[in-house]
Structure formats: C-alpha cells, structure tokens
Ligand binder design. Structure first.
Ligand code: ISE
Length: 334
C-alpha cells in the first residue's frame, strides 16, 4: 500500500523531505505540494511526475488525493496547517516548532484531544537517531543509576544571516530540550540562560549560550549552543548518572593517520549528521500513516518544547531563572 503525501513548504527542509519520501522511504509517494511562493512549488513539482500544486496549504490538506501531510513551512504558519489536518482527520508530520506560541500549541492539543486520537507527529528527529536511542536504552536499563546531569552540546558551523539570539533557543536548543525530556523521562521546571564571552564571528547574536534547566526530578540539563564554530556540525551529549555515565560516541566512517596525528570526519551540517534519524523518522511516520495512526514525538512534546524555549527567551532577557509553566497533560498523551 502506498501513502499519498502532500508537502507544505518547499524550502531547504521541504525539498529534503520530498527527496527522502521519493527515494528512501518505502510505501510513500508525494502527490501534492504547496508553498507561499507558488513559483517555488511549481519548480519542486516539475522535478517529479504527477504532482499537483496548490496555492493554499489548506486546499492541499483538504484534497481527496492527499492522505498524509508534511508541514515544512515557516514556523508561524505551522499551527493553522496542523489544525486543518486535524479537522480533516489526516496524519500530519510537522517540523519543529509545532507552533510559535503557547496558545497555538494548546489549541492544537485541544483539537487533537477533541478528535479523540493522535494525528500529529512533531519533527524532533533526534528521537530516531540510533545513538540517542542507545543512550536512552542504557539509562532505562539502570546501568548508570539515576540520571543526575545531562550535558548537551549543539554546535553549528554557521547560521543564516536572519538568525537571532532568540533562535539559539527556539530553533537550535529546542532539539536539546526535547531530547533531554526523552532521555530523562522528565519535565522542565525552570530555565536560565547565560551569555558568556561572544564569538567574534557572531556579530549581534549572543553566541555561545549556556542554558540551564532544572527538571522536576531535580536532575540538571546544561545545554551549550554555539552556532559559529566554523569547524563543522558537532553534537555532543553525556548523561551523568549515580554510578556511571553514557555519552554519544564520536563516529567517523574512516580514521586518517598522517603527519603524526589521527583524524576523523566532522559532519558539515544537520542533514549529514542526522540522515539516519530523518530516514527512521519518515519511515515511522509513513508506516503509521498507512494505518491511520501517528508515532513518535507528539503534540504534547511540541507544546512543552515551545513553552520551555519561550521561557528561555524571557530568561535571556531578564538574566533570571524563569519558571516553565506547563498545563496539565491530557490523557491522550499519557
Ligand atoms: C536548524 O533549524 C535545525 O533544526 C538544526 O537541527 C539545528 O542544528 C540548527 O541550529 C537549526 O538552525
């Protein structure tokens, strides 16, 4: 059986998702695309055969031929598309953030709860990364004792010109926040953000940032975001437990020994580092969509991530520890 997918947003990530759906994910085919810039949607459709172009994302979602939806448009537009997909009862994989405001995330949760079953998967691909999955299994096995501290390093070689200090939280640290919740099985309680000496490459952007999150259990999450490191895309992670630690191993296809030193490869960007995670994420979405379900990170996970990053944006300004105030979790996400 083939799942007919409609993709909203054909920017860099949207195109990456289309390519993945057409080449590496079994049982999926892209049948419709849409973009605020209709000419871009036409260009993307022209590379495939039999793909319809819709001027409006809502029309793509409502289209008879579309059975599942990918939302890869600009963040502030996510909520209206996700709400439309829920209204039409279609599984939707929404890139992060689920929505840019707490109110919109809450509206999605309410709509999904009223619908009565999950239709929304949020694009936190790290949950499908084999290394993070192995880390979670290690922690859950009890091998390192109760987790006390999670140190996460998130380094980008560079970021686009429109990138702001707030985006270090909403666009970058958001992944570390989600994976912290996944690994520790815990929720954030407070957040504070330190902006130490600035990288001279960073211009106006406070970079690096050190974000400290107290979790409900008392465990501490420390996230370093550095988005101008120049040397590559470097994702670090270690959980320190009561009697042991588990960390992401440095991996490289080859090790080169030359001139008295040995070297491995640092990925260029998130597409390279997380390719296996994106593959697994899309396979899970399509397999579940074929059965009218969704799997993976939920609207609740998207809600917590947005509330936490927005509290972080506030903490960056106030230089104080800010509370992360979460609503009660509906039964649907138990
Ligand atoms: C980007 O949007 C991502 O999602 C990447 O995973 C992250 O590393 C990068 O910092 C973000 O800008």
């Amino acid at each position: 059986m083939t799942v007919n997918v409609g993709v909203i947003g054909v920017g860099m990530i949207g195109q990456e998702h289309i390519r993945r759906l057409m080449t590496t994910v079994p049982g999926a085919t892209v049948v419709a695309v849409s973009d605020v810039d209709e000419s871009k949607a036409r260009e993307a459709a022209a590379l495939l055969s039999g793909v319809k172009v819709y001027a409006l994302g809502e029309d793509l979602i409502a289209a008879r031929e579309v059975e599942a939806v990918i939302v890869a448009s600009w963040g502030p537009t996510h909520a209206k598309y996700v709400l439309a997909a829920i209204r039409d009862g279609k599984p939707v994989l929404c890139e992060k953030p689920l929505a840019t405001t707490e109110a919109d995330c809450s509206a999605i949760i309410d709509a999904e709860a009223a619908f009565g079953r999950r239709l929304v998967q949020v694009g936190f691909m790290r949950r499908f990364d084999p290394q993070y999955v192995a880390m979670k299994e290690t922690i859950a096995s009890g091998a390192i004792g109760a987790p006390l501290i999670f140190q996460s390093g998130h380094r980008n070689a560079s970021v686009p010109a429109h990138y702001t200090g707030e985006m270090s939280l909403t666009d970058t640290a958001v992944h570390d926040i989600d994976i912290a919740r996944f690994l520790l099985d815990d929720e954030p309680e407070t957040i504070m953000v330190h902006a130490p000496r600035r990288n001279s490459r960073a211009g106006d952007v406070p970079d690096p940032l050190m974000t400290l999150i107290d979790m409900r259990s008392g465990a501490l999450v420390a996230i370093e975001t550095s988005v101008h490191v120049a040397y590559g895309y470097d994702i670090r992670g270690e959980v320190i437990g009561e009697s042991g630690t588990v960390s992401l191993a440095d991996r490289s296809e080859v090790v080169v020994k030359a001139n008295g030193a040995f070297m491995g490869r640092v990925p260029a960007d998130w597409r390279e580092r997380f390719a296996p995670a994106f593959d697994a994420e899309f396979r899970a979405f399509i397999a579940a969509a074929g059965e009218g379900r969704v799997a993976g990170p939920s609207a609740w996970d998207g809600y917590v991530a947005t509330v936490t990053t927005l509290a972080g944006v506030k903490a960056l300004k106030t230089k104080k520890r800010e509370p992360v105030k979460l609503r009660r979790r509906p039964k649907l996400y138990a």
